[in-house]
Design a protein around this ligand. Structure first.
Ligand code: NAP
Length: 461
């Protein structure tokens, strides 16, 4: 969930010791798990079932009655039954009048029905107050108590009092309610558990595409070209050299892509003279997955660090160093220290170390447990200012790596430049655009626009 979605109803929990009886319709996996958890939290529980016989699986402190009898004992009824069986509720409409019905159901497919299950329930029992909750918690997690990573329970409903009662129960169970608004939000809440890493799809597909592109690019330049022109077999580069080229390239490009949508958004707002018009859909979606893009970039940067650490123990590297020493000895000629190269090499490493350190810091601050402990201004400072500093350091690291052979014609093979040169295109565009945007003539109107100021449309006579 993003940082803006806050608990809109963070009221104090119900501290009175006496808990109201809760009724649960359905003695299936979820009904039993929820009933068990409620009894542990001090709620008297009564099950409404098609068969009023109790079984060893049902919590022993709970009563099992017919639906009608159970409903009369509680103001809140949790419907732990699949949506396709909801029509058993129609004959109970009179008894359920004025009761709070909690819809916990999920579907098998996204947008399976035209209306959400909770709205369907409200149509079936118009006199009841329907609240959607608990559908994102699994029966297994409730039973085993492994709720550490998913304590959030989305709650929505049209009746504020009913919603508040359900949120009190959620808190009493040791979970965190998150008010998602009216029952209109139920469809989104029902789709939520069916989504498979929605925010990760774009970053992962993009990095797979870029990895494939740069792999073949490096293969052509570093393996096929020497084989064709020099008859040298460098196919072993596929194991470490090529991955160690691809990882920093992807880390840099993806990090730049985290900041590019912000620059595009600024340009669009300046052009339109208002912040009150929606961005194109693709830009909205891109903005929403910036954190995931950054984390994938960090993963590539970490891999680059690991690959770099093994360079000194690689057989090829050891062979190259020893043959250079032998050739110097045979020629009785020592290569003098090239201070310029020493400077370039040390600066390149220093920039890489600092860049990676800030990269890790950015990753740590994006963790919910850390970001929840800083205010919005602090979060923006870290993610924006520190993020740009990371981008500058990593771009400089790559530029210095090129050093004095940066644009040398000998570095082209089949007219193809070194892959790291391609990786500089997007970061340089982002940094130059950001630099232009901080000029007062652009920064001032942009700040005003973001504070709500609107440029009046110009009409021609
Ligand atoms: P389940 O094991 O299939 O149990 C559903 C219960 O519904 C049955 O035990 C039965 O209880 C009752 N039922 C079945 N057919 C009925 C009918 N024709 N008329 C009236 N009642 C009927 O399902 P579940 O896993 O407990 O899931 C229940 C609800 O919770 C579903 O809507 C599901 O989407 C939701 N949910 C489940 C989980 C989970 O982890 N399982 C997580 C979140 C949400 P009686 O025999 O006592 O009548």
């Amino acid at each position: 969930m993003n940082k803006n979605s806050s608990n809109k109803m963070a009221l104090a929990p119900n501290t009175s010791n006496k808990r109201e009886t809760v009724c649960i319709f359905g003695t299936g996996d979820f009904g039993r798990a929820l009933g068990h958890k409620m009894i542990q939290s001090g709620y008297p529980v009564v099950f409404g079932s098609r068969s009023a016989q109790t079984s060893s699986l049902i919590p022993k402190d709970a009563e099992v009655l017919s639906h009608a009898e159970a409903a009369q004992k509680a103001a809140i009824i949790i419907i732990a039954v699949q949506r396709q069986h909801y029509n058993f509720l129609t004959p109970l409409a009179e008894i359920l009048h004025g009761k709070v019905l909690v819809d916990v159901s999920n579907n098998l497919k996204i947008n399976q029905y035209p209306e959400s299950n909770a709205e369907y329930l409200a149509q079936l029992v118009p006199g009841a107050k329907v609240v959607k909750a608990f559908n994102t918690v699994s029966a297994w997690a409730l039973q085993s108590g492994t709720l550490d990573a998913s304590r959030q329970v989305f709650v929505c409903g049209d009746d504020m009092e009913a919603k508040q009662m359900v949120m009190d129960i959620v808190r009493a169970l040791g979970l965190t309610p998150l008010d998602k608004g009216s029952l209109l939000a139920a469809q989104e809440i029902e789709n939520y558990p069916l989504q498979l890493f929605p925010m990760w799809k774009f970053p992962i597909l993009l990095s797979l595409g870029l990895t494939a592109f740069f792999f073949f690019y490096c293969l052509i330049r570093d393996v096929i070209y020497p084989y064709v022109y020099e008859n040298k077999d460098f196919s072993f580069f596929i194991a470490i050299s090529i991955p160690n080229r691809i990882c920093p390239i992807l880390a840099l490009i993806l990090l730049a892509l985290v900041y590019l949508p912000g620059v595009l958004a600024a340009v669009i707002q300046l052009y339109r003279g208002t912040k009150y018009r929606r961005f194109p859909d693709w830009l909205d979606k891109w903005m929403l997955c910036r954190k995931q893009l950054g984390l994938v970039a960090l993963a590539f940067a970490s891999l680059h660090v690991l690959y770099t650490l093994v360079i000194p123990i690689r057989s090829f590297v050891r062979w190259r160093i020893s043959s250079r020493i032998v050739s110097q000895a045979l020629n009785n000629k020592t290569e003098p220290l090239n201070t310029t190269n020493a400077w370039l090499s040390d600066s390149y490493l220093a920039l890489g170390i600092l860049g990676f350190f800030l990269f890790v810091l950015l990753g740590i601050t994006s963790l919910p447990s850390v970001s929840n402990n800083v205010n919005w201004r602090e979060f923006r400072f870290v993610q924006s200012k520190l993020g740009y500093l990371t981008l500058i350091l990593c771009t400089a690291h790559t530029l210095v790596y090129g050093g004095n052979r940066f644009l040398s014609p000998s570095s082209y093979r089949w007219y193809l430049p070194n892959a790291y040169m391609l990786s500089l295109i997007v970061p340089c565009i982002v940094l130059v655009a950001k630099f232009v945007l901080i000029f007062p003539c652009l920064d001032k109107p942009l700040t005003q626009i973001r504070q709500g100021w609107e440029r009046k449309p110009q009409y021609s006579e």
